[in-house]
Design a protein around this ligand. Structure first.
Ligand code: SF4
Ligand code: SF4
Length: 260
């Protein structure tokens, strides 16, 4: 299934303990979020608030557990996942399994994710204590998840340049090019209900709306109305491609679809 579909990326906690700081500007996100003292009670996403936030989100919008933190850093993560699944959403998961208990993983492997991406330790950038529980959990997932994919943040990892843009601001402007996220919203949900522009907004500079106080339809409409005005899209964001590349991909995809 294509990942270029409308979705919400769920950040279950602000401040990720895995600290892959070479590629992931965690410190900027936490400093910005907690600079507003009103956010102190919202360090973690609660099930109670998640229910309110999802209430107006159509089932056609995928729920992706990833966002700006390892999902299982929040001990309620498995409850959040089961809730979204039981509500009928299509789910994706990107996790290191840091913080997951044995019981969490036994519940987790019963959920059919369209993408289950396991971020493995790399001995350098990703700080995961190699406990027996962690190793057993990784082995359980390896043995049971049929569509498992992997990532490692080692020397071969290619980031989307978010660490530099987040830490240094937009130092180099590039052509806006084509980004599917400008046509198909893929906002990031924070524990306080804020919806941020996209997965590049680790600095939390582009709040589009809030799901504790507004409906998803209202926030979505505001996003689409302003989609060509976001300054962040002028940055050297590696997710966008040139318009020529986009036309080429579209033609190739359409040709291959006709042949199959
Ligand atoms: S686990 Fe993910 S969110 Fe956490 S620091 Fe590493 S890359 Fe960032
Ligand atoms: S910042 Fe990058 S990924 Fe986000 S909407 Fe703009 S071009 Fe797309």
């Amino acid at each position: 299934m294509s990942e270029n579909v409308e979705h919400i990326e769920v950040t279950t906690q602000i401040g990720c303990p895995v600290q892959c700081l070479r590629f992931c500007p965690q410190e900027v996100t936490a400093a910005k979020y907690f600079s507003d003292s009103g956010n102190a009670p919202y360090a973690k996403l609660s099930l109670e608030n998640f229910r309110i936030m999802l209430a107006t989100v159509p089932k056609s919008v995928q729920i992706v557990f990833s966002g700006f933190c390892e999902p299982f850093a929040n001990p309620e993560c498995i409850d959040l996942i089961e809730y979204a699944y039981n509500e009928g959403y299509t789910l994706r998961l990107y996790t290191t399994l840091y913080g997951a208990t044995t019981s969490d993983v036994q519940r987790l492997i019963k959920i059919p994710f369209t993408t289950f991406n396991l971020h493995l330790c790399d001995g350098e950038n990703t700080k995961i204590p190699l406990t027996d529980t962690y190793k057993d959990n990784v082995f359980t997932v390896l043995n049971t998840v049929p569509n498992l994919t992997f990532v490692q943040m080692n020397q071969l990892f290619k980031s989307n340049n978010r660490e530099n843009i987040t830490r240094n601001g937009i130092t180099k402007k590039t052509k806006r090019g084509y980004c599917w996220k400008r046509d198909v919203p893929a906002m990031v949900l924070l524990p306080n209900g804020d919806l941020q522009l996209c997965c590049m907004d680790f600095a939390l500079n582009y709040k589009i709306g809030n799901l504790l106080t507004e409906s998803y339809a209202d926030v979505r409409a505001r996003y689409l109305k302003n989609k060509n005005k976001f300054e962040l899209c002028n940055a050297d964001c590696k997710i966008k491609i040139s318009k020529l590349e986009h036309v080429f991909h579209t033609l190739i995809t359409s040709y291959m679809n006709k042949r199959s």
